[in-house]
Unconditional design. Structure first.
Length: 344
């Protein structure tokens, strides 16, 4: 068989697989799903540069979260001198600010995609709309349920961690660095933080899938098979404490409060963007703003796969990676049968 015939056959196989997946999804990105090239062997510097350049040098969630962190530090953070003692005033100010950030962030995405259906089902992964009258949700309503857990528990735990860190800065207990002292580390830390968060998320998330902890806490997040922006941070308080504990790293690694804010937005607003259920925001029919994560959408549909995200190939290394293909679905169903005696 000639090389071209062989490649032709390979393409056919791929097309068939893609067709099978198209029956399962309203829309999906090009398959198989890719991981960050940072850990591919042999290393490919061009690919690595492109992966980071497209997420950092364009208007992206990363660059917007970094800008928001700067703005909050400059205009919306109570002066650190005030944070030396735990007092109602500055803590309440931070709490209200964080509530507003979450309501505006997730709320705007919800209004755009769900309430006003601005881009209909274009670039939407799942065909179905979010659940109303579904008994699995508090108040039988997915959006109300998701908003309640995100705001009542999510923003509270987030603010508690953030308040402790600001108190730590004010009392010089948290290691501090600023741009003037070490510009290279100051900038590099922004690039490393999402990688750290991904590493932390993988392990915490695997732990949450340990059956007792799953039943107690994580099943609440998994009520959402078909996700929306408010689903991202809709978690049980135990999960919030574990998930947001990645920020404890700032007690050890020298950071500026701007890094701390960025890290929180990455975990909280970032959860809203990755759970929109849409690949991106369309402006004049072009995918202008990358949002969703098909990688994580696969986790919500098939459960025992893709515990991490595309920033770090833990799933690939530990055999839990679902690349979006029908073979991977079969493998994951087999895994579920072994783990829970069910192959759904
Ligand atoms: Zn999970
Ligand atoms: Zn999720």
């Amino acid at each position: 068989m000639s090389v071209s015939e062989r490649t032709g056959q390979a393409t056919d196989v791929q097309d068939n697989a893609s067709e099978a997946m198209s029956r399962e999804w309203n829309w999906h990105p090009e398959l198989p799903v890719r991981n960050s090239p940072l850990f591919s062997w042999p290393p490919n510097p061009t690919k690595i540069f492109n992966w980071y350049a497209t997420t950092w040098l364009k208007v992206s969630e990363r660059s917007l979260f970094a800008l928001l962190a700067v703005a909050v530090w400059l205009y919306l953070q109570p002066a650190l001198e005030r944070c030396r003692d735990f007092e109602f005033g500055w803590i309440a100010q931070m709490y209200v600010r964080n509530l507003a950030i979450m309501i505006i962030g997730a709320g705007a995405l919800h209004l755009y995609f769900c309430t006003f259906a601005k881009q209909d089902k274009k670039l939407k992964y799942d065909r179905r709309d979010q659940a109303r009258n579904a008994r699995s949700f508090s108040w039988n309503n997915q959006v109300v349920d998701n908003m309640f857990w995100s705001l009542a528990s999510g923003v509270t735990v987030w603010t508690a961690y953030e308040v402790l860190l600001m108190w730590g800065y004010a009392n010089e207990l948290v290691p501090y660095v600023n741009f003037g002292e070490n510009p290279v580390w100051f900038l590099l830390w922004f690039v490393v933080l999402p990688i750290w968060a991904s590493f932390h998320f993988y392990w915490v998330h695997r732990l949450l899938h340990w059956p007792p902890l799953y039943r107690l806490a994580h099943s609440l997040h998994h009520r959402n098979v078909n996700v929306g922006p408010w689903s991202g941070l809709s978690m049980h308080p135990i999960e919030h404490v574990l998930y947001l504990s990645s920020v404890l790293i700032h007690w050890v690694v020298a950071s500026h409060p701007i890094h701390v804010f960025f890290h929180f937005y990455w975990n909280t607003l970032g959860a809203a963007t990755t759970h929109t259920g849409y690949e991106g925001l369309l402006i004049k029919d072009r995918n202008r703003f990358q949002l969703g994560a098909f990688f994580h959408q696969l986790h919500h549909r098939y459960f025992e796969c893709n515990y991490g995200n595309a920033d770090f190939p833990w799933d690939k290394w530990f055999g839990s990676f679902h690349n979006g293909s029908p073979e991977a679905t079969e493998k994951v169903r087999e895994r579920r049968r072994r783990m829970h005696g069910t192959g759904r």
